[in-house]
Each structure stands twice: as structure tokens, then as C-alpha cells.
Design a protein around this ligand. Structure first.
Ligand SMILES: *Cc1c(COP(=O)(O)O)cnc(C)c1O
Length: 327
């Protein structure tokens, strides 16, 4: 894993690879006491030719920067972020699954680590990157059965729902536990002001298809700006679909032809049913649906199976670092 520290006055300077293992933290560290921390998630993919590539890592770096501004933290530069991710991928290259069999999931963390109990002054931050191999969820997993949560909320306007704060998941665990106990795959959250508009699933974004129109809730500060979401919008546009980012009343979702979720973990996962107020609605799934086409194109670009005309992939070359360390 990779670790880099900095104080409040200075920028991140030197990081290094260290063996994967427990880390030492002061009991008063801001991350433990106040949840001052961010996480990211991206994957390294093995191409057919054996090479390894990342998908839009600069987007993860920029999102961490935005989150760090919101939580008053120092963040690594985009270059430092990508450099750290590359170091971790190369150090763990034997764990990158063969092409088409999965990916190496890379998890960057940024946390307030100072031994200081004060809430508004945190003079030390730690940037940490570790990784673990993952299989393809999509192939082995059935389409989602989503439960629309009516009482519990995920995010509020002006809050931290639009950054990848480590505190975003704790409030959704209860809703997820209740829904999975009833046999649902996951929870679909509504907006916290009106309790009327679709926002997102606990850890992924949501889309609906009606005719030739692909729609997804607009980013108004309570939805996580997914990199998969953004990429799927661009792919759908390139296929000639009309794409709308707007407020989607839950009743309209129930009228859709097709619904699907997007995220680095789930990639593009079809939704077979949505349950709202004891009403269960069924959607089109299978090989002919729009989401399957989008899935094939996205994973094709991510794994190098399809030529990347978008400029989204970044090769990880062992030689990059060999020449760097020689300087
Ligand atoms: C990470 C995340 C997503 C998906 O973002 P990607 O960049 O596509 O992986 C969606 N919703 C939430 C709440 C998330 O934390």
C-alpha cells in the first residue's frame, strides 16, 4: 500500500510504498472522532495483451480534491494521486486478474490523522492507497430488486452527499439491512426535501430508459457525481440516445421501460423490479435492453477490448517508474 502525510501548512510531498498492514492512529485523530475523511474507488484492468490500464483516474483525483475542500483538508495533487495509484497497481500487479475475469480494485483514502482533539484545527492528513482483486459482479449477480425507502434519507442539500465522504454510508446501513431482510437487493433513496424525487441507490447512481430517452437525476448537491454515471451519459449520447439530467419523480420511474444502476463496483447493473408503497413494478432486462449495450461498450473500453476513442484509459507501465527512480 502507499502512504503519504502532510501537515496543514504544507502540501503533500513524499509518499512511499509500505507493506500492507495495520496503521497507527492517535485515538483523537479527526477521522475517528469526527468522520473527517474521504474515500475513492477505481479499478485497474488487465488487457488481452497482458498490459494493465486505469479508467479515468484523474476524475477520482479531482473528486477527492473537491471533497477535501468541503471537509477542510489538504489533498494530494492530481499527479500525486495518479502516481500513488500506479505505484500500488504495479506493486500488486500479480493480483490483477486476467482480462475479462475481474479487476484490481484500488481504494484511496484521505483522513485527518493529527493527534489533536480540537475540531477546527487538524494539522496532519494521511493519504493511503490499498488494493484488492475483485471479480465481475454483473456476470454472477442477478438484476437488482430495489426497495424505495420512504422514511430514512441519505443526503441533504448543503450537506456532504455529493462528495465521497467516509460518513456517507453509515446512515444507509439501517435502510439496507431492513430492505435486504425483506429480500430486496438494495435501497433507492428519495430526496430529503419533498420525499418525492429519485436520488440514488446506497452506493450507485440510477438511470431510467423510456423510448429513446435515457434519464438520470440531476446533480444538485445530494447525489454522488459518479464517474461511471458521467461515462454512461457520454456513451448513451454517442449512440444517439437523448440524455436528460433532471429531477425524476418516483411515479415516473415506475412508468419506465428499463432501469439500471451505475458505479465502479456494480459497473452497469440492470434493475428488474422497483417496489414503492407495496407496489412492485417490473422492467425489461436481458440482452436486448439499452443498459446491456452500454455495459458492453463501457467494459469494452475499460478492458481495452474496444478502442478508446474517448481518451479515458491510462496505461500503467512498469518502465514509467523504473526511469523515474533512476533520475
Ligand atoms: C462511489 C459512489 C457512486 C458511484 O461512483 P463511481 O465514480 O461511478 O464509482 C455512487 N453513489 C455513491 C453514494 C458512491 O459513494
Amino acid at each position: 500500500m502507499y502512504m503519504m502525510k502532510c501537515s496543514n501548512e504544507e502540501n503533500f510531498l513524499h509518499g512511499k510504498l509500505i507493506p500492507y498492514g495495520n496503521i497507527e492512529l492517535s485515538p483523537v485523530a479527526g477521522v475517528l472522532n469526527y468522520g473527517q475523511g474521504l474515500f475513492e474507488g477505481l479499478k485497474a484492468y488487465r488487457r488481452e495483451d497482458g498490459g494493465i490500464q486505469l479508467f479515468r483516474p484523474e476524475q477520482n483525483a479531482l473528486r477527492m480534491k473537491m471533497g477535501a475542500e468541503r471537509l477542510c483538508m489538504q489533498s494530494p495533487s492530481v499527479d500525486q494521486f495518479i502516481d500513488a495509484v500506479k505505484h500500488v497497481v504495479i506493486a500488486n500487479k500479480r493480483f490483477v486478474p486476467p482480462a475479462g475475469k475481474g479487476a484490481l480494485y484500488v481504494r484511496p483514502l484521505l483522513m485527518a490523522s493529527a493527534p489533536h482533539i480540537g475540531m477546527n484545527f487538524t494539522p496532519e492528513f494521511t493519504f493511503l492507497v490499498f488494493s484488492t482483486p475483485v471479480g465481475y459482479f454483473y456476470k454472477g449477480r442477478p438484476p437488482f430488486d430495489l426497495f424505495v425507502e420512504k422514511k430514512l434519507r441519505r443526503a441533504v442539500p448543503g450537506g456532504t452527499g455529493s462528495i465521497k465522504s467516509i460518513a456517507n454510508y453509515a446512515p444507509v446501513i439501517l435502510a439496507q439491512a431492513q430492505a435486504t431482510a425483506k429480500g430486496f437487493s438494495d435501497v433507492l433513496f428519495l430526496d430529503s426535501v419533498n420525499g418525492k424525487y429519485v436520488e440514488e441507490v446506497a452506493s450507485c447512481n440510477i438511470f431510467m430508459v423510456k423510448g429513446n430517452v435515457v434519464s438520470t437525476p440531476a446533480l444538485h448537491g445530494t447525489i454522488l457525481p459518479g464517474i461511471t454515471r458521467k461515462s454512461i451519459i457520454d456513451i448513451a449520447l454517442s449512440f444517439g440516445y437523448q440524455v436528460e439530467e433532471r429531477m425524476i419523480p418516483v411515479e415516473e420511474l415506475l412508468e419506465a421501460d428499463e432501469v439500471f444502476c451505475t458505479g465502479t463496483a456494480v459497473i452497469v447493473n440492470p434493475v428488474s423490479t422497483v417496489t414503492y408503497e407495496n407496489k412492485r413494478v417490473t422492467y425489461n432486462i436481458g440482452k436486448e435492453v439499452v443498459s446491456h449495450k452500454l455495459y458492453e461498450t463501457l467494459t469494452g473500453i475499460q478492458t481495452g477490448r474496444i478502442e478508446d476513442s474517448m481518451g479515458w484509459t491510462l496505461q500503467v507501465n512498469v518502465e514509467d517508474f523504473a526511469s523515474k527512480t533512476n533520475k
